[in-house]
Design a protein around this ligand. Structure first.
Ligand code: NAD
Length: 295
């Protein structure tokens, strides 16, 4: 299949490479020359613009930072929708506001284009391994159209509901992830302040009632998990500012629905302070620095 892939960052790059490895013809575009060079080195075609990428594409996958990037791309100055052929499938895997997914999907439908939201979970490790979890919002027919492509990038595909529902599921998950990373950081920092070995303590908690995904795969303490961002100077991974965006989306949603999410609100405030302190570009597990004893 001829596929256009737009947004080749920490997640989009490896996802596009997996589609290419599965035998699809992938034409990739990103505003960053570095991101383009990485996928070119893996044998993907690179496009000169988003418009160029979508020419002749049967399906388009986008993996962009936030709502304004997705809305700007499809409906803004570039008005990419006007360059997309009728009948094309668009899979947006960015984590954005459900209302933005619905707005773009409505404009796409009017142009005869299938647009679904399919945000992901599983981190950069899952993107590289092709084991992501997709949370899809759209009709059953649209999901079935997308499934063969999603299966090349992920291991779990859930139909959350109509368009926008994938985004709602995603912000619920990430609100929980943001909270549990702060809690895990607090627990490890407390143990270390008492002289415990972070590896031993992490293993005790992993196998006890505090066990969670951060302790399994993404420990915030350097050196516990060799491949986690914490062991690589908090580089790559899932940026603090992206987590802050997702916690903001969950709080906007909580306000709109009068939901009570006190820990989600507190987590947003903690990541905001961490970002202001200069850690916005580091992986979100660097939030442990907020609770670690210095020196
Ligand atoms: P990233 O910042 O590494 O990559 C985003 C890429 O989009 C960048 O390369 C940027 O140059 C490009 N871009 C921005 N605007 C563009 C445009 N108009 N046209 C073309 N390219 C454009 O971000 P990421 O970590 O890959 O995350 C992407 C999305 O996936 C975000 O919504 C994030 O919340 C979500 N997400 C990330 C992770 C993770 O672990 N990193 C996990 C799940 C979901």
């Amino acid at each position: 299949m001829q596929i256009a892939f737009i947004g080749l960052g920490n997640m989009g790059g490896p996802m596009a490479i997996n589609l290419h490895k599965a035998g699809h013809s992938v034409k990739a575009f990103d505003l960053s020359q570095d991101a383009l060079a990485k996928v070119k080195a893996e044998g993907l075609q690179v496009a000169a613009s988003a418009q160029d990428a979508v020419q002749g594409a049967e399906a388009i996958v986008t993996m962009l930072p936030a709502s304004q990037h997705v809305e700007g791309l499809f409906l803004g100055n570039g008005n990419l929708l006007a360059s997309i052929a009728k009948g094309t499938l668009v899979i947006d895997s960015s984590t954005i506001a459900a209302a933005t997914s619905q707005k773009v999907a409505k404009a796409a439908e009017a142009a005869g284009i299938d647009f679904i939201d399919a945000p992901v979970s599983g981190g950069t490790g899952g993107a590289i391994a092709g084991t992501l979890t997709f949370m899809v919002g759209g009709s059953t027919a649209q999901l079935e159209r997308a499934r063969p492509l999603l299966e090349k990038m992920g291991a779990n595909i859930f139909h959350a509901g109509s368009v926008g529902a994938g985004q709602t599921a995603k912000i619920c998950n990430n609100m929980l992830l943001g909270i549990l990373m702060v809690g895990t950081s607090e627990a490890i920092a407390l143990g270390v302040a008492n002289g415990l070995d972070p590896k031993v303590l992490s293993e005790i908690m992993r196998r006890s009632s505090g066990g969670n995904w951060a302790l399994e795969k993404y420990n915030p303490f350097p050196g516990v998990h060799e491949n986690a961002p914490a062991s690589k100077g908090y580089a790559g991974g899932f940026g603090t500012d992206l987590m802050l965006k997702d916690l903001g989306l969950s709080q906007e949603n909580a306000i709109a629905t009068k939901a009570s999410t006190p820990l989600g609100g507190m987590a947003r405030a903690i990541y905001a302070a961490h970002s202001i302190a200069g850690h916005g570009g580091e992986d979100f597990s660097s939030v442990i620095k907020m609770v670690q004893k210095k020196g």
